[in-house]
Design a protein around this ligand. Structure first.
Ligand code: ADP
Ligand code: SF4
Length: 685
């Protein structure tokens, strides 16, 4: 049963006219499903409510076509036709006794209105964010009155959809904050001193109340510190003052820090609860509940924040994605069962990919409706077949765990004397310690399963596997970093001198480290080259990271790590070179060509680290003659994870989970949400 120390997390709390059953507040978060995939969206939010989150919010919900968020997949309440997709979510959340909240937003400077082609409106004439050749028009009083009207109409529709809470979004990317920021240079009563700049937020709260009507709670999500130095709003002066000015006006304050990258930093750059210094003392200026975030996974941290009066409710997006059942697990005293977020931000990357939310730790995320997967339940086994899983990395561990949960007799054989595969190695690199949670959660689950046996130090040969006689063999033997230069830019092995010492990430992770003047060539473009650069720079080497891309660690734009990666490398004295493609090496030097112009360059170096691509470890598969359709009666050997196709850890976990879900099941296409072309709605103007 529940540990008494956590009782405080389960005390109900009033939010204006409504009551939350506990202190767990799922803050708004993007998910790539939104109003384009409303069934998938509703099912995902419903699972959060089932898992015990007392308040479950939507993501951004635009109030008017001139605040168009497309092509990002979010929500809108532009007219009554937008109500049903949101009503679906409300129904799913209410079914489990939670409160449903909608986050009304108007992006202003943030978006170019790419779908609607309306002229973007904002506090001042200025270019929109990003590099779209579009400018925002400064709003006049008529525009502001119009905005308030649109907002009120959207609030009325939110009421019709059945929401309990309407959130006025004062995030970085929305109009309320853009007026509030000291960077608003208007000269009328909406600019200048704070009391003027906060006027629009106050008016938005008022029209939300009018539109939402009695019984509807109104919350505000607000940035308390822009992290923009003296140019921006700072918590110590105007941040706390702003909350003081509107202290009792909303029913709840949901407080955040900086841009999305600051609000959701990865574990490489920030620990759990990194916002506490910004939140401390804010409760002293309002009697309304205060929510804050901080990638909370520890119930002790959560309870302590409430007990010490820093927060009233525990806000979470990522921890609720990694484990939708986090509150229920604390309530039921099952702390060890919590699938802790590792802070990798792969979930964020699915927003930029504009497709179903995904999560490294929780492979069922985003698949609740289309594949019918549930984070806690799985279909029972269909037969008494035994399964041998070879390789205990993320793919093999998740596969063995989920097959074990189904009730199959599983044997997991790992050649090393420890489990975790690549995660165990990568977890030792700078900043990646929390990634070990991928291994640790699965190992702790498997350890309690009597039907899953684990053998370490078992380097299985094809003969061992045949002799073992399992009903099915799953190969999860991983992949090895290439040392020939082939990657995205090189299609053939490069002419690399045997006299230029060559290393791969596998070398660096297993202690075979280069020393001296080192070039790290990154044609992988995710985190690996940068964390290796960190490690080697910290060891006192002279490090240069070279990439043919336009930017260092290009993919990490999608995980919000991009700027911080460059900042950290700069602090460590790592030289960063972009647009250079590796073409070869000779003793003491490495040769490059400009990826755009072909111009040649030479760089002196003692050694070269190639971070380009990986090759699947397929020796066992080739010997056993496996592969193919996992459901076929004749297929007795299947490969999963990196030994099928190397990818990020999220893909390996998903691959292992998918095999377990689909084992001995009928083949079926996942469900899709399609436009009904016979609908009469499509034939009206
Ligand atoms: P994935 O990401 O697909 O899970 P990893 O590289 O993380 O891949 O893990 C693969 C695991 O398989 C490693 O721990 C490796 O030691 C193990 N392995 C590889 N070949 C064999 C084998 N022949 N027998 C047992 N284990 C193996
Ligand atoms: Fe956490 Fe990574 Fe899952 Fe996002 S994808 S919720 S950061 S584990």
């Amino acid at each position: 049963m529940r540990d008494q120390r956590y009782d405080i997390l389960f005390e109900p709390i009033r939010i204006g006219p409504v009551t939350a059953r506990n202190r767990f507040y799922q803050t708004p978060h993007c998910n790539g499903m939104g109003n384009l995939r409303p069934m998938a969206h509703a099912a995902m939010r419903g699972v959060k409510a089932e898992g015990g989150w007392a308040v479950v919010n939507t993501e951004h919900c635009s109030v008017h076509p001139s605040g168009d968020l497309m092509p990002e997949v979010l929500h809108m309440l532009w007219d009554d036709g937008d109500i049903p997709p949101l009503a679906l979510m409300v129904e799913a959340v209410h079914e489990h006794g939670s409160l449903a909240g909608v986050q009304l937003a108007y992006p202003a400077n943030y978006n170019a209105n790419r779908m609607t082609r309306e002229v973007p409106l904002g506090p001042m004439d200025r270019p929109v964010s990003g590099y779209h050749p579009v400018q925002v028009r400064a709003m006049d009083k008529t525009d502001i009155r119009a905005l308030l009207g649109w907002w009120k109409a959207a609030a009325k529709r939110a009421r019709t959809a059945g929401f309990d809470i309407i959130n006025v979004d004062g995030n970085f990317s929305t109009i309320a904050f853009q007026f509030l920021s000291p960077r608003n240079q208007r000269s009328d009563e909406y600019g200048g001193p704070l009391k003027n700049r906060i006027r629009l937020l106050r008016e938005l709260i008022e029209v939300t109340r009018e539109g939402g009507g009695d019984g509807m709670a109104v919350s505000v999500r607000l940035i308390v510190d822009e992290l923009f130095g003296t140019e921006g709003l700072r918590v110590a002066d105007e941040g706390i003052e702003a909350i003081g000015l509107l202290a009792e006006v909303p029913d709840l304050w949901d407080l955040v820090v900086g841009t999305w990258a600051d609000d959701s930093p990865t574990s490489r750059f920030a620990p759990e609860n990194d916002h506490e210094p910004f939140m401390t003392g804010l409760k002293s200026v309002t009697s309304k509940p205060v929510v804050g975030v901080g990638r909370f996974t520890s119930p002790d941290t959560m309870a302590s924040l409430l007990r010490r009066g820093v927060l009233d409710m525990i806000g979470a997006a990522r921890p609720s994605i990694a484990d939708p059942f986090l509150p229920r697990k604390i309530e039921e005293g099952r702390i060890d069962d919590i699938r802790e977020c590792i802070g990798c931000n792969i979930c964020v990357s699915s927003h930029f990919a504009m497709t179903h939310l995904r999560c490294t730790q929780n492979p069922t995320m985003g698949e609740e409706w289309r594949r019918g997967w549930h984070p806690e339940r799985i279909a029972a086994k269909k037969s008494d077949q035994s399964i041998l899983v070879v390789g205990g990395g993320p793919a093999g561990l998740e596969c063995a765990r989920a097959l074990g949960q189904r009730g199959y007799a599983v044997t997991l054989a790992e050649k090393k004397n420890h489990l975790g595969g690549r995660v165990t190695l990568e977890g030792e690199l700078p900043g990646l310690r929390e990634w070990l949670r991928v291994r640790d959660w699965r190992v702790s689950q498997i350890t309690r399963m009597l039907n899953v046996e684990v053998f370490l130090g078992s380097d299985l040969t094809p003969a061992d596997i045949m002799e073992f006689g399992a009903g099915h063999v799953v190969l999860a033997t991983g992949a090895t970093w290439r040392n020939d230069g082939i990657g995205r830019f090189a299609h053939r092995p490069l002419p690399l001198s045997p006299e230029m010492p060559l290393f791969t990430p596998d070398d660096v992770m297993t202690g075979n480290n280069p020393v001296g003047n080192i070039i790290i060539y990154d044609d992988d473009h995710y985190y690996m080259a940068a964390v290796i650069a960190e490690k080697l720079a910290l060891a006192g080497n002279e490090v240069t990271i070279v990439t043919p891309a336009a930017d260092i660690s290009s993919f990490t734009v999608n995980t919000l790590e991009h700027t911080r990666t460059a900042q950290r490398l700069h602090q460590l004295g790592v030289t960063m070179v972009t647009h250079w493609m590796l073409v070869g090496s000779s003793p003491g030097e490495v040769r490059f060509a400009d990826a755009r112009t072909g111009a040649g360059y030479m760089h002196k170096a003692d050694c070269l680290v190639l971070v380009t691509a990986r090759l699947p470890n397929n020796a066992l598969l080739d010997a056993l003659g496996g592969g193919g359709d996992t459901r076929s009666e004749h297929t007795k050997v299947t490969r999963i994870g990196d030994c099928e196709a190397p990818a990020a850890i999220v893909s390996a976990v998903y691959s292992g989970h998918r095999f377990a879900q689909e084992f001995e099941d009928d083949e079926r296409m996942f469900r899709r949400e399609r436009i009904d072309l016979s609908s009469p709605l499509l034939r009206t103007n």
